[in-house]
Design a protein around this ligand. Structure first.
Ligand SMILES: Cc1ncc(C[n+]2csc(CCOP(=O)(O)OP(=O)(O)O)c2C)c(N)n1
Ligand SMILES: [Mg+2]
Length: 545
């Protein structure tokens, strides 16, 4: 490293070294100096229309590539990234939030500088709640070490971190000759060996073990290990909604998405009658648990995450999640026969009914399933978009993204921008409710600016449909936008008004053909129509009442 490397340059170098190639955000005077450094670096700045959108884009980028970054100005920008940072924290996505800030020399005598809320550290305090590590780079002596510490925490815990840059120090050199710290975290070998021995005995004694694979398999890049484990042993694998696409869904050992009563009945029965559930990177969120309809017995479970390892009622400390999963791959587990497994049923082939047959949610998802190809990444927003998408048949791994735990509306359109930069070979299929679209849909402007080509399907049921099923009122109604006409406003893209099956079919064929730009399908649905998944949940809950 050059002896004159500045704090700003070092941050850029470390982001690059950890796989970041794009930084999402909006500049402001407190961060303009760093934007200049970014523009002259190997990283590419992607301007979004709003900081919240930059946050969602960086989160999705991190989910696909392993680390994401957003760069904004002090408070007015930073505080808009609060909600996406909360989502990234809750759903374990490593995003580096970089915020400009007043220079240290400007802070003397506590002047009322613009954008300051209360104290100079107010924004940092907010982010301390939402991140696993945070720092203000106000001391050149330790700035490089701080950058390493914080980025390492993001990678170690797969959660967001916060870095604040006082604007008068970004060009200041750090310590000459500094070498990036090497972080090694090892499992305690005795704990690991004992945990693996207990797990091996439990699994081998079981008649019907099953693996439940969730989000941390994605985040820790353990998909190959999971595949190997399943191939070697023929122990079937179910995913969760948050973990969906953890493996390609065509594998013979893949059961489908398990989500208690909300999911398919055959998967529920198989998983819940297992005498050894091996939960890998699995979080007991209410949605993963099918709104608490899941019936899983801890006395028959192995529960491994980056935070905790529990076998039945035994806890093991100091065992890294990766080491445990890799250990299972090497363990002497007896192979099984793949017989009578429930398998995801490919949705029936879609033949559009002619004429004026109105499109329904169920038929829409059947048609969307046929649209998926090997390079489609499905990005689903909250609402029936997410529930309905659970039944789509995903071809390859990491091709399904949805905020299935924190569940903030407005994720999908900006996330699709992040997805396409993270994997330029992909074409996102965005499935989004009209309510969520009205929050962040104008981020399609970024698709225009950078020539991206997502296919955006707006489920236009004229309101907050999911909520209508719980409690209806005028507060669930929306102003009906002419979504399909937005390309006119944005100056690019193709819009389609879809009311019938035939129109849907034609629009999707056209969207497939016109891959030079984005497509926006405004799909008119009955306000009370809903996907089979929502229907299932309602029926099973009704039986319990
Ligand atoms: C940012 C945010 N605000 C409010 C909610 C509460 N909420 C959950 S679902 C929903 C309705 C979603 O409407 P829409 O996007 O049109 O999808 P639909 O339910 O109609 O399928 C609302 C308001 C939320 N999850 N996120
Ligand atoms: Mg709606």
């Amino acid at each position: 490293m050059k002896s004159s490397t500045s704090i700003g340059d070092y941050l850029i170098q470390r982001l690059y070294a950890n796989g970041v190639r794009h930084v999402f955000g909006i500049p402001g005077d407190y961060v303009l100096g760093f934007y200049d450094q970014l523009t002259h670096s190997k990283l590419r700045v992607i301007n979004t229309t709003d900081e919240e959108c930059a946050g969602f884009a960086a989160d999705a980028y991190a989910r696909v590539r392993g680390l994401g970054a957003v760069c904004v100005t002090y408070c007015v920008g930073g505080l808009k990234v609060v909600n996406p940072t909360a989502e990234a924290f809750a759903e374990k996505s490593p995003v580096v939030i970089i915020s400009g800030a007043p220079g240290m020399r400007e802070r003397d005598r506590n002047p009322l500088l613009h954008h300051k809320v209360r104290e100079f550290d107010t924004q940092k305090k907010v982010f301390e709640e939402l991140t696993v590590a945070s720092t203000v780079l106000d001391d050149p002596q330790i700035a490089f070490a701080e950058i390493d510490r914080v980025i390492h925490a993001a990678l170690r815990y797969k959660r967001p971190v916060y870095i604040e840059l006082p604007r008068d120090l970004i060009h200041t050199p750090g310590i000459p000759g500094y070498k990036p710290a090497a972080f090694h975290e090892l499992s305690n070998p005795q704990s690991l060996a004992e945990a693996l021995a207990e797990a091996t005995a439990m699994i081998n004694a079981a008649k019907q073990p099953v693996i439940l694979a969730d989000v941390e398999i994605h985040r820790f890049g353990l998909q190959d290990e999971l595949l190997q484990l399943a191939h070697q042993t023929n122990i079937p694998v179910a995913a969760t909604l948050l973990g969906k696409s953890v493996v390609g869904e065509q594998h013979p050992f893949y059961l489908g998405v398990y989500e208690g009563a909300m999911g398919r009945e055959d998967v529920r029965q198989y998983v819940e009658s297992s005498d050894c559930t091996i939960m890998l990177g699995w979080f007991m969120t209410d949605i993963n648990l099918g709104v608490y309809t899941a019936r899983l017995d801890p006395a028959r479970s192995i529960c491994a995450t980056s935070e905790k390892l529990t076998l039945r009622y035994h806890n093991y400390d100091d065992v890294r999640f990766k080491d445990f999963v890799r250990g299972l791959v090497r363990a002497k587990l007896r192979p099984r026969e793949l017989v009578n497994l429930p398998r995801p049923q490919p949705l029936p082939a879609f033949v559009a009914l002619r004429g004026k047959n109105k499109i329904t949610v169920k038929r829409l998802f059947q048609r969307l399933n046929a649209f998926l190809s090997d390079n489609t990444i499905v990005v689903a927003d909250v609402g029936d978009a997410l529930f309905g998408a659970a039944d789509l048949y995903i071809h390859k791994r990491t091709e399904f993204l949805g905020p299935a735990y924190y569940a903030s509306m407005g994720f999908a359109v900006p996330a699709a921008m992040g997805v396409q930069f993270a994997n330029p070979k992909s074409r996102p299929l965005v499935i989004v409710g009209d309510g969520a679209f009205q929050m962040t849909g104008m981020e399609l402007s970024t698709a225009v600016r950078y020539n991206l080509n997502p296919v955006v399907v707006v489920l236009n049921n004229r309101g907050y449909g999911t909520e209508r099923h719980m409690q209806d009122g005028p507060y669930n109604d929306l102003v009906p936008w002419h979504y399909h006409r937005l390309p006119e406003v944005l100056g690019k893209g193709r819009g389609y008004l879809v009311e019938t099956e035939e129109q849907l079919d034609k629009a999707l064929f056209a969207a497939e053909r016109h891959s030079d730009t984005f497509s926006l399908l405004d799909v008119h649905l009955d306000p009370f129509d809903r996907s089979p998944a929502l229907q299932r949940l309602a029926e099973r809950l009704a039986k319990k009442l």
